[in-house]
Each structure stands twice: as structure tokens, then as C-alpha cells.
Design a binder for this molecule. Sequence first.
Ligand code: NAD
Length: 340
Amino acid sequence: MNGGLDLKSALVLGAGGFIGNHMVIRLKSEGYFVRGVDIKSPEYSNSSADEFIVGDLREIEVVKKSLDLSESFDEIYQFAADMGGAGFVFTGENDADIMHNSATINLNVLEELHKRNASHKENKTKVFYSSSACMYPEHNQLDPNNPICSEDSAYPANPDSEYGWEKLFSERLFLAYNRNHKIPVAIARYHNIYGPLGTWEGGREKAPAAICRKIAKVSADEGEIEVWGDGEQTRSFLYVDECIEATRRLMASNFQGPVNIGSEEMVTINQMVQIIARISGKNIKTAHKLDAPTGVRGRNSDNRLIREKLGWDFSMTLEEGLTKTFIWINEQNQLASLKI
Ligand code: NAD
């Protein structure tokens, strides 16, 4: 496969999605051989992967085919999940799919890797799992000004969504395969990752993309957009390039996690609206939809552990990251309106 050169190989599951697609780009720039797998191709760009399998990872045969490489993959990045923003995960309408589909993928990937390792008598493949801050207990995130999201606050568990419960289960699953079958694993808890090439319409988009889209669609110099909840709920948001950098550092280290990967620049959603309004040059008023799903009242990344273990911290301001994101979504919106 690599002509005798010491070329590293990676399998990226969920490579048609937002973070997976960015990870493929990064791994290619580092000279990896990359195979991507997803139920769909990336929506807004071609994949940079050397090979791309379109397949459903809930099916064992697709997982087997994905893992099949003569010398086994050095690394696997497991991003595939049934997920979306508040409109998808917090309404309750998609709970069975979220739990069943994401857990099935994780169960399949680990069991098939274990079987393959046993038959090849090896254990070289390290697996990254993308967990989420949504697994933190709701009762620690009631005060918007002082949410607690340190890694050791995970238990006693009490996530506010089934999405969070599935993430917690799967974290444990990855740790169990490490404990019993010695599969090397690394686990991160991502906190609201955003940036270009992410879903920006259709119902699965997250708050930064949704607000960028709403403001992009205001055709005059001023207008009003709908904001879910009273907008006083707090969050932090991490630009995707920084997420990829932290993930690569985690995989290169001996630290297993779970560890937060996020930004500590906490803002209210209303503040984020005003940042994006400023970037757009428009005067934006807000209409609050109080019965819309919003998730926990407050959340912020706690980066003490990742600073200590990996020497990594976020560095981009939210305004810088949102500027890049708004420019991209504004272009997408203009392209979409030309197609109509
Ligand atoms: P995404 O939805 O863009 O990517 C997930 C990909 O998984 C999608 O392309 C989807 O088609 C694919 N997928 C779903 N079911 C599949 C199946 N049965 N077979 C094959 N592929 C399937 O999401 P993302 O933002 O790129 O997130 C990647 C991972 O990071 C997810 O596991 C997510 O839960 C986690 N995460 C993301 C964030 C964030 O803010 N984006 C925060 C916390 C955790």
C-alpha cells in the first residue's frame, strides 16, 4: 500500500460529516493514507480521502470492509453518529434513532476491530472516540454563569438528553474494550464545534450556523431574527481547526482521556447574535421563541486537564472564528438563492 515508505494510515468513520471531513483534510496534509467511510459523501466539498466508502456502519459487513487493509490501520477516528443541533437532539422526537444508531455503530466498530485483531494476532490500531459535553449532568449546568464541566464531574450521571446518555455509554464501551481487549483508545468530550463546511440548514444545524444563516438571510441593513429560548443560556464554541489540532495531539500522546476539547470563552446566545450581527454589518433585533428546545442553561469548557496533560489550549477568539464561518455561510446562502 505504501511502497515500502513509512506512511501512516487512518480510517475516518463519519468522513462525510463536518468534523470527519476536516480530519481527513488534516491527515492528508500530514501525509497519511486515509480511507473515509460515511453513509453519505461530504455535502459541501469533495473528500480528500484516498478511498471513500459510502456505506451504513450499522451493518457489520460495511464495518468489516472498512477495517479491511493489508497491514491494518494505524489509527481510527470514530466520528459517525446520528446527531444534530438542539432542534434534532432536544425535542425527544429522534431519541430512539439517536440511541440505537450511534450505539450500534460503536458496538460494531469495536467488536469487529477486536475480532480482526484476534485473527491477525495484533493490536496496533489506536481508536479515537468523539464524545460530547452533552454527557455532563444537567444539575451542574443550571446556573448560566457558573456551569461545572470538569471531567471528574461526570458522575453521578444525569445528562439532559438521550444523545448525552448514549455518549456516556459509548465512552464506557471504548474504555471496556481497552480494559479487556487492550485496544488503545483516546476519548475527547467536544464542546460545540463550529466552522465552515458544517451543516447550516435543514434542521440538524447548531446555533452558530443557524444564527449565521438567519442573519445572512436578512436582506436589508436591518431586520429581526428568531432566537430559541430567552437567549440568556450560555455556551462556549470551538473553531473546527482548533478541535482537529487538539484531537491530533491527544492521539499522539499516551493520555487516554476522556478530556474536554473546547473553548473557555463563554457567551450568552444573545451575545453571539450581536457578534454575528456586527460581522455582517447589519442591525439585528431578536424575537425570542421561548418554547423552543435549548438544552442546558449554561455550559462552558473546563480546559484545566487538557492544558496540564497536552499543553493545548484554545487560542482563536469567537469573533475571529465566527467571521470565517459567517463568510462561508453567506456565500452558501447566495449560491443557494442563485439555484432557485
Ligand atoms: P456530523 O453529523 O456532521 O457527522 C456525523 C457523520 O456520521 C455524518 O456525516 C453522518 O452521515 C455519519 N453517519 C451517521 N450515521 C451513520 C451510519 N449509520 N453509517 C455511516 N455514517 C453515518 O457531525 P459532526 O459535527 O461532524 O460530529 C462528529 C462527531 O463529533 C459526532 O460523533 C458528534 O456526536 C461528535 N460531537 C460533535 C460536536 C459538534 O459540536 N459538532 C460536539 C460534541 C460531539
